[in-house]
Design a protein around this ligand. Sequence first.
Ligand SMILES: [Zn+2]
Length: 194
Amino acid sequence: MRSLPVPIETTALRRTRQNHPGGPWERLEGASKRELKLVLLENQQNVCAWCEVTIGADNSHLDHIRTRNTSPQLIFAVDNLLAACQNPRTCGHGRQNKGSLPPWVHPYETEDLEDRIDYYPDGSLVPASILSEATQREADEAINRQLNLNADTLKERRERRMVEIGTYCGQGFTVEDLMEILPDFPTLTKKLCR
Ligand SMILES: [Zn+2]
């Protein structure tokens, strides 16, 4: 989970937003959804906006940050859309029916999202200790219950990645080199190698 620049709105998305401001989502055609997904993937460097595993157009979906139910007016807003992985138990699919995310858990609106989370050596994601107690509770709810970012598979992958990063770090590789060699979990790589 990290801050991202707001992506460029595609022409098809803009037209659909103007012609059908309240939806339904099906008004955006399949080919236009794929085009939008490619734009979002490029903006996210081809990793899931929530768990940061590598994804592509064929194994990802468009996720509404503020859900279609709670914020139908944002259904076609480019700054409410992310590309997320297809894991049924985490990220976009996993958070269905688990309420709204805290407003600040928003990759386009919060500029220092990566500073609000930390990693333990066992691969767990935890709220950063700089956060107030109330915000830590919100972050804990979002990380563990809504997005389920400490699912065993993710935690284990991050733990392995930390070991790999450790071996590369001392050998003169820059963060950019590492992000190319090990594209999953870019926030983790940046934190460990800065
Ligand atoms: Zn994910």
